[in-house]
Design a protein. Structure first.
Length: 434
């Protein structure tokens, strides 16, 4: 992933240095387990740990791989250069390359998930704070982009909090599913290596042994992992889209924080654009882009092929790095989002009480008018607001047919905003259970 959309902690997980360090730990722990079983000499296992504090030479490994055309063999050759050929002769005993590659990939995904979970904690905290802050800030709810009925900005934030809280559960489930390792040898039968080695290595790396691994860890796990990330990306876009709408000039109910010295346009000095949320919309597409290839990786030939390998070398780092950046950026946007309550009220009142139409409809039915006739009475007055700019309440108060069923006082009462916010506390109690 390009540096523009990267954060250092997540990038570090995918660096060659980190990868080779995990490879080394797998091989060293496997040697310890082999020595415990009496398969290899204890002194050879101990010798492998001589490289514990060594910085592996990435350039040298690449140089060897240019000849061998095999990355694991290149690493093992370099390791032997460090600890000595005789001392290294039992390294990788009974193992196959996928034991190292797949277990390492899952370690990296687990570490990436840990960062994403921490990111989500920060976003949830920001959403909760803004929800509480604007619990009673009334704004118009919209369906199909059209004014519907009043809601509150707090409920909007609470809705996004609940969605991201579900995503937190998805991330945790994805982490658990991907936290397996396999040291089972060619085609996964343990023919040349004892299952105890796998158990030992996995315990050291914080993984569970894969119950049955063929020569690779089953890719349905990875499909589920990247699918979960894709859902998180879609939720990020959901929030970003709402903010982009609110920042439209003719709406302006909220806008991204515009810092001192910031410029909105090279041509138009007046511009204040929703660039961060537009960027998040694009980043969400990149995250979701990994989902289909991860799904297609599930179907491998027999016990193993490497059609998945090139895909994962790309989507592993790119997707986790992108999502990490996107979650951090969205947290910043939510935290600093500028809210305009007066504009929210002005927008809601733009059509002079029209959004209270359902209350009047229900009151008429309660007063004994059929639903069909009630709808006609309300709609004919509502259309005057749309088409002639009339005031909805005034038109109702002047409609003799409406007044046959409802008194002027009853009509007035139907325009009380508090009616629409009376259950906000109940909803908040459901969302913020703590």
């Amino acid at each position: 992933m390009i540096p523009r959309y990267s954060r250092p902690d997540m990038v570090a997980i995918w660096s060659p240095e980190s990868k080779f360090r995990i490879w080394y730990e797998i091989e060293a722990h496997a040697c310890d387990a082999q020595a415990d079983l009496g398969v290899i000499p204890r002194e050879n296992a101990a010798a492998v740990w001589k490289a514990r504090d060594v910085e592996f030479d990435v350039a040298r490994i690449d140089e060897i791989e240019a000849v061998t055309k095999h990355d694991v063999i290149a690493f093992l050759t370099h390791l032997a250069e460090i600890i000595g050929n005789d001392e290294a002769r039992f390294v990788h005993q009974g193992m196959t390359s996928s034991d190292v590659l797949d277990t390492t990939f899952n370690v990296q995904l687990v570490r990436a998930a840990d960062i994403l979970i921490e990111d989500m904690k920060g976003l949830l905290a920001a959403l909760k704070r803004r929800a509480i802050e604007h619990k009673d800030t009334v704004r118009i709810g919209r369906s199909h982009g059209i004014h519907a009925e009043p809601t509150t900005m707090g409920l909007t934030f609470a809705r996004f909090y609940a969605e991201m809280d579900r995503n937190m559960a998805r991330l945790k489930a994805a982490r658990k599913e991907i936290a397996t390792g396999a040291i089972s040898g060619a085609v996964g039968t343990f023919a040349n290596i004892d299952p105890a080695v796998e158990e030992h290595v996995c315990a050291k790396l914080g993984l569970e042994p894969e119950p049955i691994s063929t020569q690779v860890i089953p890719r349905d796990r990875h499909a589920a992992f990247f699918a979960a990330l894709g859902v998180v990306g879609s939720s990020i876009e959901n929030i970003a889209t709402e903010i982009r709408h609110m920042q439209r000039t003719e709406v302006l109910e909220a806008e991204e924080f515009f810092s001192k010295g910031q410029k909105g346009s090279s041509a138009m000095p007046h511009k204040r654009n929703p660039v961060l949320t537009e960027n998040l919309t694009g980043l969400a597409r990149l995250v979701r882009m990994a989902v289909v290839p991860a799904m297609e990786n599930v179907a491998l030939w027999h016990e193993r092929d490497i059609s998945h390998s090139s895909v994962e070398r790309n989507i592993g780092p790119d997707t986790t790095i992108t999502l990490d950046f996107a979650l951090a950026r969205l947290t910043q946007v939510v935290d600093k989002l500028v809210i305009y309550p007066d504009n929210m009220l002005a927008n809601m009142n733009k059509f002079r009480g029209l959004v209270m139409s359902q209350r009047v409809l229900l009151a008429l039915t309660q007063a004994g008018v059929s639903r069909e006739d009630s709808y006609k009475l309300v709609q004919r007055n509502a259309m005057k607001v749309w088409e002639e700019g009339k005031d909805f309440k005034t038109e109702l108060l002047g409609d003799a047919d409406v007044l046959k069923a409802l008194s002027p006082e009853e009509i007035e009462e139907k325009f009380d905003l508090g009616y629409h916010t009376k259950h906000v506390d109940t909803i908040f109690a459901r969302v913020f259970k703590d």
